[in-house]
Design a protein around this ligand. Structure first.
Ligand code: PLP
Length: 386
């Protein structure tokens, strides 16, 4: 079978990039090797100096066939020329940002981006003379007014962590193009099945594959999807020099997880919809943040950019006493207390938040709806409220 790009996303997810079967094995084997050997020293030298996005593999710190299959699939799904897998989502985001900046440059970043990305800018890259401005991001005019002559990156995450704010990708990409600023978007929430930022003009799309793409809470991985021109530089520099590649076995696990991405996402979404609607009707929940609700504050951007909502939501309880909120989360029996999300299991965390636009700190409960039965999850929330 030779799948073509005009086939449906589920067919491509199963077969794209797997045309060259190894001895007919239906599941590609794990290439658990650190290096690749050549017939001649000239061939070896050639592989090291050739175009790194197409050269034969020579060393697994730079590339490996077990990763390449997944990279082909993700690039195809995101609609980018290239993709590379890294050891974590954070590695992918770090590589993306660092590939665009040097001393003296400035980054505009959404205030509700994933926490460690905020810290990378505010606690780490400042050491190398890279400055930043955090923006709310919901209004393009606000992003525009944060741009300085030395701005080199606009960093987006849509919908963003915890409160799920959207940015208008097309408008931001257009603005950035006119000023030769690179745009980076963290697409972990949506996955390429529900949103394709590159098709809206975003230059670099990143993922924490630890979440839905892996889908089983048994690996950490990241992906960076972009043009061949950018990827050539990224492979030679940030990937080769910082040494943050994914290991072959992790890539193999990731590939196995991705085969069921669309059935899992559909189920997560169905359950989260039921849970969000139920919460919205409860007196205990003040604001429910779920992009799939009809009353979601940025409904039109959701409908413009996403084709599904997934399993992640949050709410601000009416009772804002931090002790009470933590006690509520501690009483949950099926939702387990833990960071991350995107796996088979439902998870809950409680924390104070104060994004731009909030006049005070608010307690927030974030829920990830796993693959359990929706009725059991709702009953669990109900007993914890009682
Ligand atoms: C988890 C997460 C990351 C970081 O990914 P890791 O694989 O944990 O390094 C980045 N962005 C978002 C939105 C995430 O949820």
């Amino acid at each position: 079978m030779e799948p073509k790009r005009n086939l449906g996303p589920n067919t491509l997810l199963q077969h794209f990039g797997e045309e060259d079967k190894v001895q007919g094995a239906v599941v590609p084997p794990i290439f658990q090797n650190s290096l690749f050997v050549f017939d001649t020293v000239e061939d070896l030298a050639g592989s090291m100096t050739a175009d790194p996005t197409t050269a034969p593999h020579h060393y697994s710190r730079v590339g490996n066939p077990s990763l390449e299959i997944v990279e082909k699939k993700l690039a195809m799904m995101e609609g980018t020329e290239c993709c590379k897998l890294l050891g974590s989502g954070q590695a992918a985001l770090t590589v993306a940002i660092m590939s665009c900046v040097q001393q003296g440059d400035h980054v505009v970043c959404v205030d509700t981006a994933y926490g460690p990305v905020r810290s990378l800018l505010s606690d780490y890259l400042v050491r190398f003379g890279v400055s930043h401005t955090f923006v709310d991001g919901r209004e393009v005019a606000e992003i525009e007014s944060a741009i300085r002559p030395n701005t080199k990156v606009i960093y987006l995450e849509t919908p963003s962590s915890l409160v799920f704010r959207f940015q208008d990708l097309e408008a931001v990409a257009k603005l950035a193009r006119t000023k030769e600023i690179a745009t980076i978007c963290d697409n972990t929430y949506a996955t390429p099945l529900f949103m394709k930022p590159h098709s809206h003009g975003i230059d670099i799309v990143c993922h924490s594959a630890t979440k839905y793409l892996g889908g089983h809470s048994d690996l950490t991985a990241g992906a960076i999807c972009t043009s061949k021109e950018r990827m050539d530089r990224i492979i030679r520099q940030e990937i080769n020099l910082l040494g943050n590649i994914l290991h072959p076995f992790q890539a193999w696990l990731l590939h196995r997880g991705m085969r069921t991405l669309s059935v899992r996402l559909a189920r997560h979404q169905e359950t989260a919809n039921a849970v969000a609607r139920w919460l919205d009707g409860r007196n205990e929940a003040d604001v429910v943040h779920y992009v799939g609700l009809d009353a979601f504050s940025q409904r039109s951007l959701y409908q413009k950019y996403m084709t599904g909502a997934g399993g992640l939501l949050s709410f601000e309880p009416v009772c804002q006493d931090p002790e009470e909120v933590r006690a509520f989360v501690n009483r949950l029996k099926i939702f387990q207390r833990g960071v991350s999300w995107g796996g088979f299991e439902s998870l809950a965390i409680a924390m104070p938040i104060q994004p731009l636009g909030y006049s005070e700190s608010r307690m927030l409960v974030r829920l990830f709806c796993g693959l359990e039965d929706a009725l059991d999850l709702i009953a669990d929330l109900e007993q914890a409220f009682r």
